[in-house]
Design a protein around this ligand. Sequence first.
Ligand SMILES: *[C@@H]1O[C@H](CO)[C@@H](O)[C@H](O)[C@H]1NC(C)=O
Ligand SMILES: *[C@@H]1O[C@H](CO)[C@@H](O)[C@H](O)[C@H]1NC(C)=O
Ligand SMILES: *[C@@H]1O[C@H](CO)[C@@H](O)[C@H](O)[C@H]1NC(C)=O
Length: 359
Amino acid sequence: MQLTYTILFLLPYLAAIRAATLTSPGASRADYVNQAMNAMRVLNDKWFDLESGLWDGMWWQSANILTTLADLASINPSFNDTANFIFKNVFTAALAMNGGTWLNGYYDDEGWWAMAFIKVYDVTGITAYLSAAEDIFEDLRTGLNATCGGQWWNKDPAHVNSINNELFIDVAASLGNRVQHKREYYRRYAEKQANWFLNAGLLTKNNAFHDGLHLATCIAEGPIFSYNQGVILGALAELSKLTGNSTWLDHAAKTAQGTIRTLIDHNGIFTETGEYPTHGTTVGQFKGVFARNLAHLQSVRGDDSYVTLLTKSADSIWQHDRDEDGFLGPDWQGPVYGISAAAQGSALDCLIAAAAVSA
Ligand SMILES: *[C@@H]1O[C@H](CO)[C@@H](O)[C@H](O)[C@H]1NC(C)=O
Ligand SMILES: *[C@@H]1O[C@H](CO)[C@@H](O)[C@H](O)[C@H]1NC(C)=O
Ligand SMILES: *[C@@H]1O[C@H](CO)[C@@H](O)[C@H](O)[C@H]1NC(C)=O
């Protein structure tokens, strides 16, 4: 398996690596694409396993990485063949790994997979991926009876978190935009859920979302994680498109701007709120989720500050947060430490986002 992989993937990358090494900061779209291709190769060589269809054995994080690769394919058609090979491999091998289902005990895990397949459908046009996302959505509906409203985080219900509720809006609105004959069905779910979520008391004064609600009081609690500020941007962009109501984009812009005010360092580099590594390696993936969704918002409601944030952060990753083997660390200011598939995929998200918003 490893040999096939090496032969299949190595040759096209050599040119990309050479080009990427030569680029300087303030890069062009083509430079960011080359850097992203390089980061993707390192990610797959080190962590992708054909047998399990997963990166470093991780479950929902692999769904996130799959989303990242779909984004890369959407900005770089020469990645098409490799991407399609990986999409197919994950679609069979990871499913088998999980006992023939995309479902588990966590609604957010399921939401990540649904979003991955929606993105893969977007770049391949293969309806089997869209159908998988629709099937997952039917299970997501079963969690909508949470104590404070919205959806439970898990099926042994003990938490109401922001992330799964944002993913629910994103999945419902995205399906509404793609499954014509069920447009109204998905729209009702997406709109109802968004109205609840934006008014659930989760917002800080900066329009950033707390991690969840305390069940006994229904009052917001938990850190301001970057991924909670990210998924909602894409969700509201999809909902605005689905409803033709741009009010949703006003909400998205407020959250994006509030996040940029609070989650950057003095050099303008995007930063998690000092929670890493308290919450484990996985938190290294959160910033990439924000970058990905900020690029989505930029494509429908642009703002120069988004472009600045994404390109500055991408340039910092390339200059200060990359080791000699091409590994990218979890802190985009650098220096590199604690390499992981989560951190590599997250930095890759930022390079792709920088390419998407650059000329
Ligand atoms: C990439 O693949 C998709 C289908 O998987 C196809 O629609 C698209 O035209 C391809 N692009 C290129 C440049 O081959
Ligand atoms: C929520 O609804 C689902 C499906 O209808 C049910 O299985 C579950 O027990 C309910 N959970 C709670 C906490 O009421
Ligand atoms: C657009 O959505 C907002 C927020 O839900 C709502 O208050 C407003 O009435 C909607 N506008 C239209 C024209 O439907």
